[in-house]
Structure formats: structure tokens, C-alpha cells
Design a protein around this ligand. Structure first.
Ligand SMILES: [Zn+2]
Length: 79
């Protein structure tokens, strides 16, 4: 699995929608690629922040959160 594939599967992995085989490849990639592990971490953190900010519209997003990442997550949200 490449880093691009990893990122493509990130949302499905997070939501538990990956097939057994994909999930195994995904976790295998995590074992060899610290960059993607860090990406997954910041992804989870960002989702939490986004969910908090939706629950509380007056809350401000942390400046640490990359704007593109927030936009990507919001765009990927199930309708
Ligand atoms: Zn990677």
C-alpha cells in the first residue's frame, strides 16, 4: 500500500468500513510508515475538534489544525 492509498482509505478505516484484507494492508503500512501514523493521529484529533466545534458553534478551532484537513473532513462527512 502506498501513502496515497493509505490516505484514501483513512476515512473508511476510521469508520470501520474496510474489508478485512484492506484493513490488514492498512495496518501493515502503519507499521512501516511513521508519517502516515502521524497523519492518522492528526486526522483523529481534527475530527474531534470539528465535532466539538459543531456541538459548540462559538468555539474556535485550534490554530494548529491545518485548514485543508478540516475542509477535507467536512467535505467527506456523510450527508
Ligand atoms: Zn505512508
Amino acid at each position: 500500500m502506498t501513502c496515497n492509498e493509505f490516505i484514501d482509505f483513512l476515512i473508511d478505516y476510521y469508520e470501520g468500513n474496510l474489508s478485512e484484507e484492506r484493513r490488514r494492508l492498512f495496518e501493515e503500512h502503519m507499521g512501516v510508515c511513521p508519517d502516515c501514523v502521524a497523519y492518522l493521529d492528526s486526522y483523529k484529533k481534527t475530527i474531534n475538534l470539528v465535532q466539538e466545534s459543531m456541538a459548540n458553534p462559538n468555539a474556535e478551532l485550534d490554530d494548529d489544525v491545518p485548514h485543508e484537513l478540516v475542509m477535507a473532513i467536512l467535505a467527506a462527512k456523510p450527508k
